[in-house]
Design a protein around this ligand. Structure first.
Ligand code: 5AD
Length: 347
């Protein structure tokens, strides 16, 4: 099928078939990439407008009881100083961000049961009066905790499925299952959270067919937000000697997701900008409408090393905000002045 025919099909059906996705991912001609990016940019403009949502992320603990084989903060990495940010500092950091006009705060950590349901609920309650939307991203927890946090005022939950291939999932996440992860997403949705999910591109053992399945899976899941990033090998993990994910392929996947999920919030992820200087800009040019600057207090930032050479390790929140403002001005885009809920998808 020619590219023209594939896009005719898309325009009639608003989806691609699995085979079309595989072919598009496989086809590495620059024209194909340009076309996918162009179409994704059109769809982003039409459904999401020119506003870019800023979600400030606070990585509040790098303790983790899991041993995911790609992740640098997995429990078996001995070459890492572990930290927990005191609750009052987490809350102060969020208030500062609110003062700078940031409208969403994302609280992320390793799976760390030191932060009990009640402790996190208290943190959420203390941040709530800022008026910011609150996203939690702390992994798989009991339904009772998810409920407590929702009642405390959390709005959204980010839990990536990482790969929709259950064999690969089990291989990468010893002792865990895709089934359990999807169950958590279901519970979160039932409790009324806006759901964020997503996956990695270029995982060892991942094929183009699996990526096509990931895209189709994501479409069926209908998350309010989806984060896509290239896999980056971390030397202190079992996958430390693997090749990194390809940036172009990741950008292509991002653009295809914009085409398949026109109204989802899609960040140009930190992993993209970590592998490629222009990654963030290219993401915004090819379907993305969200940026997630790291507002973790600087002394902790380099310790949240899920992968090496993470971008934005040293800049203050003010500098990051300034960089974003400059980039968006250059690109003729603006910073959103609403919290960026996605009620169209969740209702
Ligand atoms: N490379 C790229 N992304 C990673 N993540 C974790 N480890 C890596 C890695 N080595 C991503 C996962 C996780 C998010 C917090 O970071 O997708 O959901």
């Amino acid at each position: 099928m020619t590219l023209e025919k594939v896009f005719d099909y898309y325009k009639q059906n608003k989806v691609f078939t699995r085979q079309q996705l595989v072919d598009l991912l496989h086809d590495d001609r620059p024209d194909t990439w340009d076309r996918i990016t162009y179409e994704a940019d059109q769809v982003r403009r039409k459904y999401m407008g020119n506003a870019v949502h800023i979600r400030g992320i606070i990585e509040f603990s790098n303790h983790c009881f899991r041993n995911c084989s790609y992740c640098g903060i997995n429990r078996n990495n001995p070459n890492l100083i572990r930290y927990r940010i005191p609750p009052e500092v987490i809350v102060d950091t969020a208030w500062e961000a609110a003062g700078k006009g940031i409208k969403t705060v994302v609280l992320q950590s390793g799976e760390d049961l030191y932060f009990t349901g009640e402790m996190l609920a208290d943190i959420v309650r203390s941040i709530k009066p800022t008026g910011m939307a609150i996203t939690l991203s702390v992994g798989e927890r009991a339904e009772a905790d998810y409920r407590l946090w929702k009642e405390a005022g959390a709005d959204r939950y980010l839990l990536k499925f990482e790969t929709s291939n259950s064999k690969l999932y089990t291989h990468l996440h010893p002792g865990a299952s895709l089934h359990k992860r999807l169950y958590c997403l279901e519970v979160l949705r039932r409790l009324g959270y806006q759901i964020g999910s997503g996956f990695m591109v270029g995982l060892p053992g991942q094929t183009e067919e699996m990526l096509a399945d990931d895209i189709i899976f994501l479409q069926a899941l209908k998350p309010d937000m989806a984060g896509i990033g290239p896999f980056i090998p971390h030397p202190s993990t079992p996958l430390g000697r693997s090749l990194p994910g390809n940036v172009t392929l990741s950008l292509k996947v991002l653009a295809l997701i914009r085409l398949m999920l026109p109204t989802a919030h899609l960040p140009a992820t930190t992993a993209l900008s970590s592998l490629h200087q222009d990654g963030r800009k290219q993401g915004l040019n090819g379907g993305a409408n969200v940026l997630m600057p790291n507002i973790t207090p600087i002394q902790y930032r380099k310790l949240y090393e899920i992968y090496p050479h993470k971008a934005e390790i040293m800049q203050s929140p003010a500098e990051l905000y300034e960089n974003i403002a400059q980039l968006l001005t250059q690109m003729d885009r603006e910073i959103a002045n609403d919290v960026g809920n996605n009620w169209t998808m969740s209702s």
